[in-house]
Design a protein around this ligand. Structure first.
Ligand code: CO
Length: 134
């Protein structure tokens, strides 16, 4: 069912510092910072030949990554995102097998302008999983 790895998201405290590591040390193609108020984060997208890395910095009060950064003060991998062809079909299949879909279970438009859902880390080996309709 799952297709390509769309991105790996890394939560960071200092976005410009993190972006600079990718730009300078790793020689990657790094976007400008994009505030995403609807998602409570500011993002930097790093384009690799086979996937993307998303750097996430908290934006505003109650950012969904604030608690994660309290537990992981140096930052860390926050979630991974797999592509699916049909997000509602994927959701129904996952739920039928007992996987927990976060929120109200309805796909939301994610940082890339496509419908996404998040799946409970306890059902996926301790990893928060995002699925995105490709
Ligand atoms: Co994501």
């Amino acid at each position: 069912m799952i297709g390509r790895l769309n991105h790996v998201a890394i939560a960071v405290r200092d976005l410009s510092k993190a972006a600079e590591v990718y730009r300078t040390m790793l020689g990657a193609k790094v976007s400008d910072a994009v505030p995403q108020p609807a998602h409570g984060v500011t993002t930097v997208f790093i384009t690799l030949p086979n996937t993307k890395i998303e750097l996430l910095e908290p934006l505003g009060d109650g950012s969904p990554i604030a608690k994660f950064l309290e537990r992981n003060p140096d930052g860390g991998i926050h979630h991974i995102c797999y592509e699916v062809e049909d997000i509602r079909a994927a959701r129904d299949r996952l739920k039928a097998q007992g996987a927990r879909v976060l929120g109200d279970g309805e796909p939301k438009i994610g940082a890339h302008g496509k419908p996404v859902l998040f799946l409970h880390p306890k059902d996926f080996n301790g990893t928060l999983v995002e699925i995105e309709q490709a």
